[in-house]
Design a protein around this ligand. Structure first.
Ligand code: SF4
Length: 441
């Protein structure tokens, strides 16, 4: 049973969704930084996709040079603040910290990173300037982590950059897709403003680049185009009842929650279908919205879930119950969801098999499908020569250039769905790739 009551106003929402990695105060940051061993060849650095010099920034905090620490972070990662909050540090830098070998709590690298960068943002301490104009223009499609990171890199090298964003606000997944208890909307947006003030990239909102003509126009007006559009809507499960009222895709549900917060209502019994990190977020969020009961249903065993262990623990702490080895065969109801019909499953040689005659139904008034996201492959068809692989991911070479040389790409659209920090690293690398290509370095 969930212990949360339905939030009816902003402050109740904030209580239910309080930050799991709250901002450290000066004493906490000093104490935590003093525990770091400042390892030579530190494994935490190799585990960071953006290669932040972690022992250096922690030492800088410890010696009182917090501005220097923020600079060290931003030198490697343009979204250093967001990543400190939303990265699965438990399996990246903190998971690699040498303290784990001694059964001692790993250094809280994410929170320290957040501590230093938060001060830089709040005090408007600037680290970047736009480079002298080189006369070249680049269009970036998507103002998410990959697009913003690419834009920052390009602006520093003197490119003019226009970002075309389909939504009304920037940040992509960080704003619309990450659970509210990991980062607030204000934090996500403040960092983009902070970067935009220093580097002056333009963002054109509510502009969905999709048709052949749209792409052709960009090709005519810009010297190169970066595609950082992420993934599309939630996949269909292809069972009866998916179009019933109160059956939602997880991505759409989370996005709605991020924007409309306490105005979003969960059902009293919610069934979440899926076993990945998005399923954990959707389940945890439903519980925090005050659902009496949240059931997470997964077609394989608990150990086979794609979600990180700590994400499942977080969902359980919020009152979510796991139901394993069950596969949905129908969402029942008349106009509105009334339940989910399942069949029990077993795994044989890695393959999921239904157990004949084991069907059963659980009543509920809301279903959230966290069953993966569609690729935006129909858009790729409007770009001549652009190839995707058999999984629908845009093909790139080592400089992040696609099979159409004018286009570069990074983020979920090339990886099929990774972390924000991977998108940041790829956007930056693609920016370097564009620079090499256009300036023939
Ligand atoms: Fe500090 Fe841990 Fe990194 Fe070593 S591995 S430098 S102790 S954070």
């Amino acid at each position: 049973m969930s212990e949360y009551k339905q939030p009816n106003n902003e402050s109740e929402f904030e209580n239910n969704f309080s930050q799991i990695k709250p901002l450290m105060n000066d004493t906490q940051a000093y104490y935590e930084s003093s525990r770091c061993l400042f390892c030579y060849d530190a494994p935490c650095v190799s585990a960071c996709p953006t290669g932040i010099d972690i022992p250096l920034f922690i030492r800088q905090i410890n010696s009182g040079n917090v501005t220097g620490s923020a600079k060290t972070i931003y030198d490697s990662n343009y979204l250093g603040n967001a990543c400190g909050k939303v990265c699965p540090t438990e399996v990246l830098c903190e998971g690699a910290c040498v303290y784990n070998l001694q059964d001692v709590k790993a250094i809280e690298i994410g929170r320290l990173q957040n501590y230093a960068t938060d001060k830089a943002i709040k005090n408007n301490i600037e680290f970047f300037t736009a480079g002298k104009s080189n006369g070249k223009k680049v269009a970036v499609i998507g103002a998410g982590p990959a697009g913003i990171s690419c834009a920052c890199e390009l602006r520093r090298s003197g490119f003019e950059v226009d970002i075309f964003e389909a939504k009304e606000k920037p940040s992509g997944l960080t704003l619309y897709g990450v659970a509210p208890y990991k980062i607030t909307n204000e934090e996500a947006l403040n960092e983009i403003n902070y970067l935009q003030k220093q580097l002056g990239f333009r963002i054109i909102f509510s502009t969905f680049i999709s048709s052949k003509e749209d792409f052709k126009k960009l090709e005519d007006e810009y010297d190169a185009v970066f595609i950082g559009i992420g993934l599309g809507k939630t996949n269909y499960v292809n069972i009866k009842g998916e179009d019933l009222e109160n059956c939602f895709g997880a991505v759409e549900f989370i996005s709605e929650l991020k924007i409309n917060q306490h105005k979003v209502k969960a059902g009293s019994r919610v069934i979440v279908l899926g076993g990945g990190n998005t399923a954990m977020d959707a389940a945890s969020e439903s519980a925090r919205l005050g659902a009496d009961e949240v059931i997470l249903a997964y077609r394989r065993g608990k150990e086979e879930m794609g979600a990180y262990d700590f994400e499942y623990e977080l969902a359980k702490d919020a009152g979510v119950q796991g139901l394993f080895n069950v596969s949905p065969i129908e969402i029942t109801g008349n106009e509105k969801v009334s339940g989910v019909k399942f069949i029990k499953t077993k795994t044989d040689n890695g393959k999921v098999e239904n157990i004949d005659g084991s069907e059963f139904t659980i009543d509920c008034d809301m279903v959230i499908k966290a069953t993966g996201q569609m690729k935006q492959s129909d858009l790729f068809e409007n770009i001549s020569g652009l190839e995707a692989d058999e999984k629908g991911r845009i093909k790139i070479n080592k400089t992040y250039q696609t099979t159409n040389p004018k286009y570069f790409s990074g983020g979920d659209v090339i990886s099929g769905g990774k972390e924000v920090v991977n998108a940041v690293a790829e956007g930056k690398a693609a920016g370097k790739g564009i620079e090499e290509y256009l300036l023939k370095i």
